[in-house]
Design a protein around this ligand. Structure first.
Ligand code: GUN
Ligand code: ZN
Length: 436
């Protein structure tokens, strides 16, 4: 297969930056290049050194003056909620009951699921998100539609058929046995096929009976390598309702702990209002708190204490996500802009290097996938984005006075969206400019 050489300014992270001037945390080449072959990064570094390793027939693409980064990773997104975005509701439970559950009922129709899947992958690519961790609906066919489209695009995706057997419309309910059987079927059909990963996905404690939580526990024990995803401590009314349904639990986190669902591969969406005890449990089990800033602001759920959780003596692992359709933007740039503002309101600083670490390597590490995605390391998947800080007239004007890499990253985060994504490479192929 022909090799491809991308030239531009390259940026990749080695670890989480501890401060603005922690230059050892990242690798930045002002004239950098990436050599791609067979969907992988074969070499990366200064242009001259990488050019010297390229074969004669290499196809060279010059992205100067733009920035080349690993593709963004979104660790929590609901694929059946594309038409829920921007629904006017007072809070989470009203939003779920009024808009979200009725909309997800439509995914019983295979044709609808297939249509929305096409749009979903188009938007991921348009916004520079090359890997997402997605909730499908309760219907197995929605997971089939999702993974079928992921295979077509050759994208590395993690997703699960939602398990839910109470407190929702009849059309959205499975049973403990059906949820178990269909999750097993989805794993058998899709896990490890192409670049697909299946996640065990009990929606949240409110919509699962204790019997279904036990079924999720059985699945987790049978498939210990799989990710688990659910929601935790997003909203005060949600917490109270959960505790009324599980009166023997010490707190919300304890509900999941009691069913063996905590652990390094467990992703807990939101996790905003955790007590010190719950934070300790999150930390001790290595569970991930998934920060969804646009959603938390849109639904008025609360201010996620990102910096506080990260600097505890027992730190909590953290990732970031859009949470479409509670979230209001597919763009991970917009997501980090809102994350920044939430920390501002809490009197904390989230520096731009830290933000881009989370969007790339940080989210990959949260998923234990940094050996495949989230960096520009040779041998990893060639999932990349090219960013233009002067993508709009207003951005171009501001770009005139940008004097440093951190200024540039901050401008992209503050004003950027899909328009700033010049190209998205998926497994070494230009996927954005070739969108239908
Ligand atoms: N909690 C349970 N389901 C959902 C969902 O779809 N979105 C959000 N934001 N929270 C949830
Ligand atoms: Zn969610």
């Amino acid at each position: 297969m022909t090799s491809m050489l991308l030239r531009g300014r390259t940026l990749t992270f080695r670890r989480r930056p501890v401060s603005m001037d922690d230059t050892q945390a990242y690798l930045y080449e002002t004239d950098g290049a990436l050599l791609l072959r067979d969907g992988l990064i074969v070499a990366s570094g200064p242009y001259d050194a990488v050019r010297a390793q390229a074969p004669d027939d290499v196809v060279e693409i010059d992205h100067r003056p733009h920035l080349i980064l690993p593709g963004f990773i979104d660790t929590h997104v609901h694929f059946p909620q594309m038409q829920v975005i921007g629904s006017y509701a007072a809070n989470l439970l009203e939003w779920l009951n009024t808009y979200t559950f009725p909309e997800e009922c439509r995914f019983v129709e295979t044709a609808h699921a297939a249509r929305i899947a096409v749009h979903f992958f188009d938007e991921m690519i348009r916004h520079g998100t090359t890997t997402a961790v997605a909730y499908c609906s309760v219907h197995k066919a929605s997971a089939d539609a999702f993974f079928t489209e992921a295979m077509k695009r050759d994208m590395r995706m993690i997703a699960g058929k939602v398990m839910m057997d109470r407190n929702a419309p009849q059309g959205l309910l499975d049973t403990p046995q059906v949820g178990y059987d269909e999750t097993r079927a989805v794993i058998a059909e899709w896990h490890g096929k192409g670049r697909n990963h299946v996640a065990i996905t009990p929606r949240f404690a409110i919509t699962s009976t204790p019997e279904q939580m036990s079924a999720a526990q059985t699945l987790a024990a049978e498939f210990p390598d799989l990710h688990i995803q659910t929601h935790l401590s997003e909203n005060r009314d949600e917490i109270d309702y959960t505790l009324s349904l599980y009166p023997n639990a010490a707190d919300y986190t304890d509900v999941y702990a009691n069913y063996g669902l905590m652990g390094p591969k467990s992703l807990f969406g939101h996790a905003i209002h955790l007590s010190e005890r719950e934070r300790d449990v999150m930390s001790e089990t290595g569970s991930v708190a998934v920060h969804c800033p646009t959603s938390n602001l849109f639904l008025g759920s609360g201010l996620f204490p990102l910096k506080e959780l990260a600097r505890r003596e027992k730190p909590v692992r953290i990732s970031v996500a859009s949470d479409i359709g509670g979230g209001s933007s597919y763009s991970m740039l917009r997501t980090m802009d809102e994350a920044y503002k939430i920390q501002q309101l809490l009197g904390e600083r989230l520096n731009p290097f830290e933000s881009y670490y989370y969007l790339t390597r940080g989210n990959a590490e949260a998923l234990f996938l940094s050996d495949r995605i989230g960096t520009l390391e040779p041998g990893t998947d060639a999932d990349l984005i090219v960013l233009d800080m002067a993508a709009t007239p207003a951005m171009a004007l501001k770009a005139e006075v940008v004097a440093s890499l951190s200024d540039e990253l901050f401008l992209l985060q503050t004003m950027g969206d899909d328009r700033a994504v010049v190209e998205t490479y998926v497994a070494g192929r230009a996927a954005k400019t070739t969108l239908g």
